[in-house]
Write a protein of this length. Structure first.
Lengths: 485, 477
C-alpha cells in the first residue's frame, strides 16, 4: 500500500513508531495528486510549498515526541474555509482573488492538532449545488467514473479523499453537501449538529443550516477528525457550549438492543432499485448485530425540499449581498456609476445557479410575500424539527439511504434545477432540524458506483452515529475497492 | 382653514461603549480612516457577529428611564440594502421583536405639560462614512463607524408643534446624557433625528399624508425644518395641491426641504431574523439590577431642587439641564448652605464666563469650594457683592481661592464703625451745601454721600454699615 492510501489512524501508528515521516506522507500525497488531479480536478489551489514546510516542522515535533492527533496528516480544505494569506474563492469568480486576512476557527484547531494542509478543494459556487458543476473553476469528476459527477457541493473534498489525494478533508453541509458527495464517492462524511463545529471563517451560504464536517476513509478517522473539530467557539453566537466527548470511544462498541428507526417517507418510489437493495441488505446487517428496526414516521418530510428552497435562498441572498465589488474580490470594469458597478460586478461575478437562488431568496423576503413564503417556511421548519423530536423518543438512530440514486452523469441535470434539487431529498431535513448525520458506504451498483447509507441522531449525539457506523463498517465487510484511475 | 400639525420623531443615539456592538473594535470618534476595523466590522466573508452585552444594558437604561416595558425576549433582524458604507449589504437591527416598547416622556412647553408616547427602543449597528474626492470622480469608504452601537428611539405621532418636537428632543438628549450612555454630540452624529410630519384640518381624526425629514443636525435645524415643512404642506393644501408621501432632506443653507425619494422609490428592506444571532432573553432580575443602578433623572432632580433648595422652577431647570452643572450646584450649596445665592452666582457670572469661552462646567476653574467660600464671605460681610464680582472673575482667571485673592488685593471690607464714622464726618464737613439741601428735603442726595464714602474707602466699606451710619449722621443724630 502506498502511504497516500492509508487512513489517519494507520498513518499515526507508523508516524508514532517512526517508520514513516510526515514529509514522506506529504510527498506521497502530492505524487498521487500529480498522477490523478488532472483527471479528477479535486482542487482549486494546491498548497505544496506550505504543506512540505508544515510537514518538515511536524517531523521536528515527531522527533521531540510532540505528536498531536493529526501531526503530519495531509488534510484538504473546501475552498470556503477562510485561510489567512491563501486565496479562498468559494468556487466563484466574484471571490477568485480573495485572500482572507484571518483564519477560520477550524483552521486554528486543525493547525493546533498538527494537520498539514494540502490545498483548497473545488466546490459548487457558494456551495449551491449537488454536483460541483457550478464551480467557476470547472467541474470535479467522480473518481469511480470520470463521466459522472462526484456530488456536491463539497465535491472536491470528497474526491480528494476517494482518489487518495489527501488523507481526510473538510467540507460543509447546508442541505447534504457533505453526506451526498461522501455517498457518491464511497467514503465517510459527517454533518455534525448545528452549533457543534464553529462556523467562524466558513463563508456563509445559509447561516441557519451551514455546518462544517469531515470526509474520511473510515469511521475511526471520522471520530479522530470530530475530536479535533468539535467544541464551543466564543466567536460564534450559535455555537453551543455542550461537552465534547472523546468520539473514538464510540468505535468498536456494539449496538445490541438499539432501536433503529426506518422512516417510511424515505422509502418511496423513485429510489434506484440497486440503492434500495443495498440499503435493505444493510438493514439486515444491522439486525444481525442486535439492532432492532422499527418503522417510524416523519410526516412533514414531503415539505422539506420546499421549505429548504425558501429558507436557504432567503439567507443566501442576504449573505451574498456583501459581494458588491467595493472592498475585495472581483469588480467589473467600465462602470458608469455606483449602481452600474453593483450590477455589472454581480452580473459578471456570480454564476447562474447563485443568481437563481439570490432571486428566489429576494422574492421570498419581499414586502407582501414574506408571510406566505419565509414566515410559512419557518413555521413548517419547526414542524419538521418536531417530527424528529418525536421520532427519537422511539428510536436511537434513524437509517435512510443518503441519496435516491448513485452518481449521475456530468451535464445530466444542469438544465433541470428541480431534478438537481431532488438529489438532496434525503439529506435536507437534517439541516432543517439541526441534527447530526453521517453517510457511510454500503455497497456498489453493478456498474461499480458507490452507494451510501445515512444515519441520523438527536442533537449532539454524534457519538451514537459513530458507534452504529463503526459497528456496521466492521461487520458488513464491504469490499475494499479503490477507484481505478 | 386651521391646521393641526402631527409630528413623530425617530432618534438615533450612539451608545458610549468602549467597543463596537458585534466585535472588539474601538468606538472612538476620529482616527485614521479604517483604523478601527477588523474582519467582523469590515463584513469580510465568513465572519460572525457576537453581541456586546453592554449595549443591551445601556439600551435597557434608556428604556427604563423613558418608562418603557422591556420585552422578555427580543432578537435581531437584517435590514437589507446596498450601499458602499454598509459592508455586509445589510444592517443588523431589530424589527419584529425590539428590546422595549410602550414608554413615554413628559414635556413642558409654554407652561403646558404634554405626554409623548415612545413606541419602541431598539438596538442596531451604525454604518460607515463615504468621503467624496472633490477633484476626482471617486469616493472613499471609512468604516471606523461601522458597527458602532446605536439605539433608535421611535416616538408616537404625539407632538403638535415644532416647539414640542424640539423640547422632546431636548428631554431625550438630557436623559441619555444623564444616563451616561451617550455623549449627545450632535455635530459628530452621536445624537441624530429624523422626523415624520403631517398636517390635518383641526378636528379631523385621520392623519394627513406624512413626509419624512432627514439631515437635521441640530436642535435648531430640527425646529427650522419642521416649521418650513408645516408651511410647505399648508401652502400645498390651501392651494389645491396634495402632500405626497416621500422622504425630504433639510438643506441648511437654503433653509428648505427638498425631495429625496418618493414612496415608490422607497427601499424594500426585506427584513428577516438574523440567523447568526440568538434571541436575547431578559429576566426580571436583570431588569431589577439595571433599574437599581439608574441615576436620578432630570425631571426628578428638577422637582427635588425646587422642593429641597426652595429655588424657582426656572433656576432648577437651568441647573439640571446638565448633570455636571447640577452636581456642581449641589456641591456649592453643601459648602455654603445658601441655595438661592449659589444659584444666582452660577447662573449669572459663572455661566457667563463659561459661555464666553465655550467651556462647560467640567472645565470650570472655579471650584465649588471657592465659590461657596466667596458666598459665605459675602454673607459674613467680609466682602461686598461688588467686591465679589471682581473676586469671582479673578478666581475664574487664576484658579486661586477667594481668600488668597482678597489677601493679595487687600480687598477686605471695612466694617470698623469707628473708621467709617471718621470718614463720614470729614465728608459731611467738606460738603456743607449738599448737607443743607439734603436736610432741606432733597433725599436723593443720599446716594451722593454713599458714593463719596465709597470713593474715600476705595469701595471697601461695608455698604450696609455705610447706609446705617450715613442715615443717622446726616440726620444729625
Amino acid at each position: 500500500m502506498e502511504l497516500h492510501q492509508l487512513t489517519i489512524h494507520e498513518l499515526q501508528e507508523k508516524i508514532k513508531k517512526g517508520s514513516v515521516s510526515a514529509t514522506q506522507v506529504t510527498e506521497s500525497v502530492f505524487s498521487r495528486i500529480d498522477a490523478v488531479e488532472e483527471r479528477v480536478h479535486s482542487y482549486i489551489r494546491l498548497m505544496k510549498e506550505e504543506a512540505l514546510a508544515t510537514a518538515a516542522k511536524a517531523d521536528e515535533n515527531i522527533k521531540n515526541g510532540n505528536i498531536k492527533p493529526l501531526t503530519g496528516i495531509p488534510i484538504a480544505l473546501k475552498d470556503l474555509i477562510c485561510t489567512k494569506g491563501i486565496t479562498t474563492t468559494c468556487g466563484s469568480h466574484i471571490l477568485h482573488n480573495f485572500i482572507p486576512p484571518y483564519n477560520a476557527t477550524v483552521i486554528e484547531k486543525l493547525t493546533a492538532a498538527g494537520a498539514v494542509f494540502v490545498g483548497k478543494t473545488n466546490m459548487d459556487e457558494f456551495a449551491m449545488g449537488s454536483s460541483t458543476e457550478t464551480s467557476y473553476f470547472g467541474p470535479t469528476r467522480n473518481p469511480w467514473d470520470l463521466e459522472r459527477i462526484p456530488g456536491g457541493s463539497s465535491g472536491g473534498s470528497a474526491t480528494a479523499v476517494a482518489a487518495d489525494e489527501c488523507i481526510a478533508s473538510i467540507g460543509s453541509d447546508t442541505g447534504g453537501s457533505i453526506r451526498q458527495p461522501a455517498a457518491l464517492c464511497g467514503i465517510v462524511g459527517m454533518k455534525p449538529t448545528y452549533g457543534r463545529v464553529s462556523r467562524f471563517g466558513l463563508i456563509a451560504f445559509a447561516s441557519s443550516l451551514d455546518q462544517i464536517g469531515p470526509f474520511t476513509k473510515d469511521v475511526e478517522d471520522c471520530a479522530i477528525m470530530m475530536n479535533v473539530l468539535a467544541g464551543f467557539d466564543s466567536r460564534e453566537s450559535t455555537s453551543v457550549p455542550a461537552e465534547v466527548p472523546d468520539y473514538r470511544q464510540f468505535t468498536g462498541r456494539d449496538i445490541k438492543g438499539w432501536r433503529i428507526g426506518i422512516p417510511k417517507e424515505y422509502f418511496v418510489e423513485g429510489i434506484d432499485p440497486e440503492v434500495n437493495a443495498a440499503i435493505k441488505k444493510a438493514i439486515s446487517v444491522i439486525e444481525q448485530n442486535g439492532g432492532q428496526c422499527v418503522d417510524i414516521t416523519l410526516p412533514h418530510t414531503q415539505y422539506c425540499l420546499a421549505v429548504y428552497y425558501i429558507i436557504a435562498p432567503a439567507e443566501a441572498c442576504s449573505n451574498l449581498a456583501r459581494y458588491d465589488g467595493v472592498r475585495y474580490g472581483f469588480r467589473a470594469n467600465d462602470v458608469r456609476d455606483l449602481l452600474d458597478m453593483y450590477k455589472k460586478t454581480r452580473m459578471q461575478g456570480f454564476g447562474a445557479e447563485v443568481k437563481r437562488r439570490i432571486m428566489i431568496g429576494t422574492y421570498a423576503l419581499s414586502a407582501g410575500y414574506y408571510d406566505a413564503y419565509y414566515k410559512k417556511a419557518s413555521q413548517v421548519r419547526a414542524l419538521i424539527k418536531r417530527d424528529f423530536e418525536k421520532a427519537f423518543k422511539n428510536c436511537d438512530v434513524i437509517l435512510t439511504p443518503t441519496t435516491p440514486t448513485p452518481a449521475f452523469k456530468i451535464g445530466e441535470k444542469t438544465d433541470n434545477p428541480l431534478q438537481m434539487y431532488l438529489s438532496d431529498i434525503f439529506t435536507i431535513s437534517t439541516n432543517l432540524a439541526g441534527i447530526p448525520g453521517i453517510s457511510i458506504p454500503c455497497g456498489f451498483t453493478s456498474g461499480g458506483l458507490p452507494i451510501g447509507m445515512q444515519f441520523l441522531s438527536s442533537h449532539f449525539e454524534e457519538g451514537k452515529l459513530i458507534q452504529i457506523a463503526s459497528a456496521y463498517e466492521k461487520s458488513a465487510k464491504i469490499e475494499k475497492r479503490r477507484p481505478s484511475l | 382653514m386651521e391646521f393641526e400639525t402631527v409630528i413623530g420623531l425617530e432618534v438615533h443615539a450612539q451608545m458610549l461603549t468602549d467597543t463596537k456592538i458585534f466585535c472588539g473594535c474601538s468606538t472612538k470618534f476620529g482616527g485614521a480612516p479604517n483604523s478601527h476595523t477588523c474582519p467582523v466590522c469590515l463584513g469580510m466573508p465568513g465572519v460572525l457577529p457576537v453581541l456586546n452585552k453592554k449595549v443591551v444594558e445601556y439600551a435597557m437604561r434608556m428604556a427604563l428611564a423613558t418608562n418603557c416595558e422591556i420585552n422578555k425576549s427580543c432578537s435581531f433582524a437584517r435590514k437589507n440594502y446596498f450601499y458602499p458604507d454598509l459592508p455586509k449589504g445589510y444592517q443588523i437591527s431589530q424589527y419584529a421583536y425590539p428590546l422595549a416598547e410602550h414608554g413615554y416622556v413628559f414635556l413642558n412647553v409654554n407652561g403646558e405639560q404634554a405626554k409623548i408616547g415612545i413606541t419602541r427602543i431598539h438596538m442596531e449597528e451604525d454604518a460607515g462614512k463615504l468621503m467624496h474626492d472633490e477633484h476626482n470622480p471617486s469616493s472613499y469608504v471609512d468604516l471606523n463607524r461601522t458597527g458602532v452601537p446605536l439605539i433608535e428611539i421611535v416616538s408616537e405621532p404625539d407632538m403638535r408643534s415644532s416647539e414640542e418636537a424640539a423640547d422632546y428632543l431636548k428631554r431625550l438628549h438630557e436623559i441619555l446624557v444623564y444616563l451616561e450612555i451617550c455623549d449627545g454630540n450632535m455635530e459628530e452624529g452621536s445624537f441624530r433625528c429624523d422626523a415624520n410630519i403631517s398636517i390635518r384640518p383641526k378636528g379631523q381624526k385621520e392623519f394627513g399624508t406624512r413626509t419624512e425629514l432627514k439631515n437635521m443636525n441640530s436642535f435648531r435645524n430640527v425646529q427650522r425644518a419642521l416649521d418650513y415643512e408645516i408651511k410647505r404642506q399648508q401652502y400645498l393644501v390651501e392651494n389645491g395641491g396634495t402632500v405626497i408621501q416621500e422622504t425630504r432632506l433639510w438643506d441648511d443653507a437654503q433653509g428648505a426641504t427638498n425631495s429625496m425619494r418618493s414612496k415608490e422609490e422607497a427601499h424594500d428592506y426585506r427584513y428577516f431574523p438574523d440567523p447568526d444571532l440568538v434571541p436575547i432573553l431578559v429576566d426580571d432580575a436583570w431588569v431589577a439590577k439595571i433599574r437599581k443602578d439608574l441615576p436620578e433623572l432630570p425631571l426628578t432632580k428638577r422637582e427635588r431642587f425646587v422642593k429641597d433648595y426652595r429655588i424657582p422652577a426656572y433656576d432648577a431647570g437651568v441647573l439640571t439641564a446638565d448633570k455636571a452643572l447640577a452636581n456642581y450646584y449641589e456641591e456649592v450649596v453643601m459648602f455654603c448652605s445658601q441655595p438661592k445665592a449659589a444659584s444666582n452666582w452660577i447662573m449669572g457670572d459663572v455661566m457667563r464666563f463659561l459661555n464666553e469661552e465655550k467651556r462647560d462646567i467640567r472645565q470650570c476653574p472655579i471650584t465649588a469650594k471657592s465659590l461657596a467660600d466667596m458666598i459665605r464671605l459675602i454673607d459674613e460681610g467680609a466682602i461686598s457683592g461688588k467686591m465679589a464680582k471682581e473676586i469671582v472673575e479673578d478666581i475664574y482667571k487664576t484658579g486661586k481661592t477667594p481668600q488668597t485673592i482678597i489677601k493679595e488685593k487687600g480687598l477686605v471690607q471695612i466694617t470698623d464703625e469707628g473708621e467709617l464714622i471718621k470718614s463720614i464726618t470729614s465728608i459731611i464737613k467738606a460738603n456743607p451745601n449738599q448737607l443743607a439741601d439734603y436736610r432741606g428735603g432733597k433725599e436723593k442726595l443720599f446716594g451722593f454721600f454713599v458714593g463719596q464714602v465709597m470713593k474715600a474707602t476705595h469701595g471697601k466699606a461695608n455698604p450696609q454699615l455705610v447706609n446705617e451710619l450715613l442715615k443717622k449722621m446726616l440726620a444729625g443724630q
